[in-house]
Design a protein around this ligand. Structure first.
Ligand SMILES: [Zn+2]
Length: 96
């Protein structure tokens, strides 16, 4: 089961998002998880992360972001976002 939910640096941030929220939906049904994992807080963080990804057009190939950050900085931002999803997924997996 856990193997179905993997996020790595080759994923788009949108794939990573989908994997994370799917796993979260499954885990949220577990009583034990609801006692020890703050789903509300996580969903709030994910929402903010999605907004950042949206604003900087991360993995939206049709347009280039013109906020002033370099492409290297955008790449770093993408890696930070993916890292966030990786950490979420790895802590959620403990409840599978
Ligand atoms: Zn930008």
């Amino acid at each position: 089961m856990a193997a179905l939910f993997e996020v790595d640096y080759n994923d788009s941030v949108w794939d990573a998002w989908l994997t994370t929220v799917n796993l979260m939906d499954i885990v949220e049904r577990s009583q034990q998880a609801r006692q020890s994992y703050n789903f509300e807080e996580s969903r709030h963080q994910i929402e903010k992360i999605c907004q950042v990804a949206e604003e900087h057009l991360i993995d939206k190939n049709e347009r280039e972001c013109c906020c002033g950050l370099s492409s290297a900085e955008h790449l770093l931002l993408k890696r930070k976002i993916l890292k966030f999803y990786m950490l979420q997924v790895s802590s959620l997996k403990h409840f599978l």
